[in-house]
Write a protein that binds this ligand. Structure first.
Ligand SMILES: [Zn+2]
Ligand SMILES: [Zn+2]
Length: 172
């Protein structure tokens, strides 16, 4: 397992509960840590299996540019964006720090972080499986399921299956 980190990504953004914060804006730092099994990428020598730093930065930047009242909302969107982009994260942590928050006393920064873990076991073969547990995984995808996927899901009590096993059923 490897941890891929991007720390101190700096943005000028317009988040905040008070309208003046959303007009004046402020400086923010974002840290992202992603745990992933780089073994598969190393063996297959396949770029698609790795986490690309540039892509992480672009996703974070896009979400920081959308003004939000709450940092919770910003972090949630960053996490969702990363899940849609990368299917091989076993856990991730996103931290957003606001520099010099508007307070009565002098405060260097305030921050909020959220971490999620996705390591699970495949309901069919028992091998390690990554399930994001929301619409970014086939087992919770909102779009219409193929009949095969519906059947597979029913057969394994709604539990998630690994890609290998999904392929075995002709659904992937
Ligand atoms: Zn499996
Ligand atoms: Zn799943």
């Amino acid at each position: 397992m490897a941890v891929i980190s991007l720390e101190g990504m700096k943005f000028y953004a317009y988040h905040g509960y008070y309208p003046e914060e959303r007009i004046i804006g402020g400086e923010y730092l974002v840290d992202v840590h992603i745990s992933t099994n780089t073994h598969q990428a190393a063996v297959e020598d396949e770029l698609a299996a790795t986490i690309n730093y540039e892509t992480v930065y672009l996703i974070v930047g896009a979400e920081m540019r959308k003004s939000s009242k709450l940092l919770e909302q910003v972090i949630l969107r960053i996490i969702l964006g990363l899940k849609y982009q990368f299917s091989n994260m076993s856990s991730l942590e996103v931290k957003v720090t606001k520099l010099n928050p508007p307070m009565e006393g002098e405060v260097a920064s305030s921050s909020l972080s959220e971490d999620e873990s996705f390591a699970d076991r495949c309901a069919r073969c028992g091998r390690g499986n990554i399930c994001y547990g929301d619409e970014t995984c086939w087992c919770n995808a909102k779009e219409l399921f193929s009949k095969t996927q519906e059947n597979v899901k029913e057969q394994f009590g709604g539990q998630c299956l690994c890609k290998n096993c999904l392929g075995f059923f002709g659904a992937s």
